[in-house]
Design a protein around this ligand. Structure first.
Ligand SMILES: Cc1ncc(COP(=O)(O)O)c(C=O)c1O
Length: 374
């Protein structure tokens, strides 16, 4: 058997990591500004995280949701307090797509409606429901029908109002900051107006914070910069530092019958221990503010840079839209400077580093950037 060929991969295999540094088997060192796609929120192999996961797997690795699991309660309490989403309920699953599936299912169950409004450029995952609200027909099979989904351009309030005022929509789903679309930030005014449109039309607001959450933008959730609160918030990626997890934060107004949602692995002991450790590190090391500060430093260094069309993003969720003559820069950063970065298409370099990226790493990137673009 060989691997199903669905990923474009670099010909590099990291075998060890510490903080924002990776090494391959030959001992070559890399600076990680990609964070394994926004997953490595507290850096690789943080000692507190490693100890917590080791301890838990040596005690009890798994039991099903048929029994009590105090770790889930600890996680719910911590997440509610740190995020400001209290009193909300927590449902735990295994991935971002699954979190979105469950949020949309709950919204439909709660409202009795079947339609969902999503935005141009949106990415919410690859499973059936999640991909149906994702604005990319290329990653949809015929089975992933979009009969219940309408898309309007991000930021177009008039179009959103026209759709929602029909009263047919269970939910609007929106990313705190669009990642795959090349770091597109919805304005505070747009999010506020969307909130009030949802209130007026009995539609639930679902905030996908899978990439933009967990403190990355300088607030625990990106939408909190706008001062709005969602009915449902979805999380995954950075929440458990690499152990698969998905989470839905659910308004106390929303109820479900027994059995409507469920999963074998969701909320398992190792994932919960990992997520608790991540939140402890974020709190103890004040990483939400640090992400905001380091993000401001990057912006001061790179906004208006001659190689850029635009600098976008908030905190450590950064999109660098490069001029056409710099296409290929991401590969050069890796090959010549040994720096991992993310991308959205050929023209946007995405930085999604650990929230505790050392200042030295940030300076190394800016120097490399200047050397390669001047
Ligand atoms: C905003 C957003 N939503 C959902 C997902 C899907 O998450 P997962 O790959 O864990 O299913 C992603 C993954 O990149 C994402 O960025």
């Amino acid at each position: 058997m060989d691997l199903f060929n669905v990923y474009k991969r670099w010909n590099i295999e990291p075998v060890r990591g510490a903080g924002s540094t990776l090494w391959d088997a030959a001992g070559q060192e890399y600076l990680d500004l990609y964070g394994g796609h926004a997953v490595i929120s507290i850096g690789h192999c943080h000692p507190h995280y490693v100890a917590a996961v080791r301890e838990q797997i040596g005690k009890l690795g798994f039991y099903s949701n048929a029994v009590l699991n105090g770790l889930q309660d600890v996680l719910a309490e911590k997440l509610g307090r740190i995020s400001g989403y209290d009193p909300y309920h927590l449902f735990l699953c295994n991935s971002g797509a699954e979190a979105n599936e469950n949020a949309l299912k709950l919204a439909s169950f709660h409202t009795g409606r079947s339609k969902v409004l999503a935005f141009g450029g949106a990415f919410h995952g690859r499973t059936s429901g999640a991909v149906s609200v994702t604005d990319n027909p290329k990653i949809r099979a015929p089975f992933n029908a979009t009969d219940h989904v309408d898309f309007v351009p991000l930021g177009n309030l008039e179009a959103a109002e026209k759709a929602l005022s029909t009263g047919e929509y269970a939910a609007v789903i929106i990313e705190g900051i669009q990642g795959v679309a090349g770091i597109q930030v919805p304005s505070d005014v747009f999010l506020k107006e969307l909130r009030s449109l949802c209130d007026r039309t009995g539609t639930l607001l679902v905030l996908d914070e899978i990439q933009s959450g967990c403190g990355r933008t300088g607030r625990f959730f990106a939408h909190q910069h706008a001062g709005v609160k969602a009915d449902l918030v979805t999380m995954a990626k950075g929440l458990a530092g690499g152990i698969p997890i998905g989470a839905v934060l659910i308004s106390p107004d929303i109820q479900a019958s027994y059995g409507l949602l469920g999963t074998t692995f969701g909320g398992n002991h190792i994932a919960c221990a990992a997520a608790i450790a991540v939140l402890e590190v974020i709190e103890q090391e004040d990483l939400v503010s640090k992400a905001g500060q380091l993000g401001a430093w990057f912006e001061a260094q790179l906004k208006g840079d001659p190689a850029l069309v635009e600098y976008r993003g908030k905190g450590l969720m950064i999109g660098l839209e490069i001029k056409p003559e710099f296409v290929g820069l991401r590969d050069r950063l890796l090959q010549e400077k040994h720096i991992f970065t993310g991308a959205s298409g050929e023209r946007v370099i995405r930085l999604l580093p650990a929230l505790n990226l050392p200042g030295e790493g940030a300076r190394q990137f800016v120097e490399a950037w200047k050397e390669l673009t001047r």
